[in-house]
Design a binder for this molecule. Sequence first.
Ligand code: GDP
Ligand code: MG
Length: 303
Amino acid sequence: MATRKTKKENISTRSGYVAIIGRPNVGKSTLLNSFLGKKLSITSRKPQTTRHRILGVKTTGQSQLIFVDTPGLHINENKPMNKYLNKSALSVLSEVDCVLWLLDATQWNENDEWVAQKLTHCKAEILLVINKIDKLERADDVIPLVEAMSKKLPNLVIIPVSAKKQFNLNRLQQLIEERLTQGPFYFGEDQVTDRPEVFVAAEFIREKVVRFLGDELPYATMVSIKQFKRDGKLLRIEAIIWVEKDSQKGIVIGRNGEMLKKIGQKSRLAMEKYFGQKIFLQTWVKVKDHWTEDEDLLREALT
Ligand code: GDP
Ligand code: MG
């Protein structure tokens, strides 16, 4: 991560890194997108949608918050993919100024318990964010969980929010800002992420694959961008969707090519919104054997 330039006296700006941590599906990526007011990190109902550490930069007034969205921490480390993602998420903890630990207000489970243990040695200050309170029948229904958590972890600041409905996010932002140190901004005021545009484009396509296809297939998919070229007002993108087996290729393409067409159309719309211009998108599906079991390929696909 970027290092801060020499600190000067009487600098009035604050900036810092904020990790968003928690088990899969608690709403980490949704929270990042809500803070940015723009979709950067892909989301879905399926666990392990986020595979990358993604930086989302929010600059308001005198403060710059650099959020690090992380893959969900997964109790089951049998699969090489999960193990790799856990390592990637946990390594962030030592590099940030503040940690947002997300819970789902409707469900505390053994995976959360496991995350709690992983966080016991964390040196950065943790804010416990109880998300999805819009799903509770009454807002007060969150109280028992808040009480249980403050008994369990008496030193944590606890805050209930709804990332999706944008409830209490201003208060959360305030709590984060209070924990940032004084210093110059790390990123330009207009910058949203450190990721290149090709990365964002590939992620939008992967999101549609994850959302539209069966439960197992998304794990076996990765997307690479072959061409990314501005041509007058048009942005030309060629993408390859990689799968592990011929049978999966058939599923992604679908009957008469319908599925691939739908994936292409929906991701093109998402990209047009993000990049703010017309896009001409072409997609292919190709087979690459067993890439999810190969550490080198995993590293290539996940970093
Ligand atoms: P992640 O795995 O922790 O990054 O979770 P995602 O951000 O991908 O969200 C998982 C699912 O929870 C998606 O279907 C989101 O729409 C949903 N979700 C996230 N935040 C909220 C929230 O505040 N309220 C409700 N009702 N759903 C949410
Ligand atoms: Mg996510």
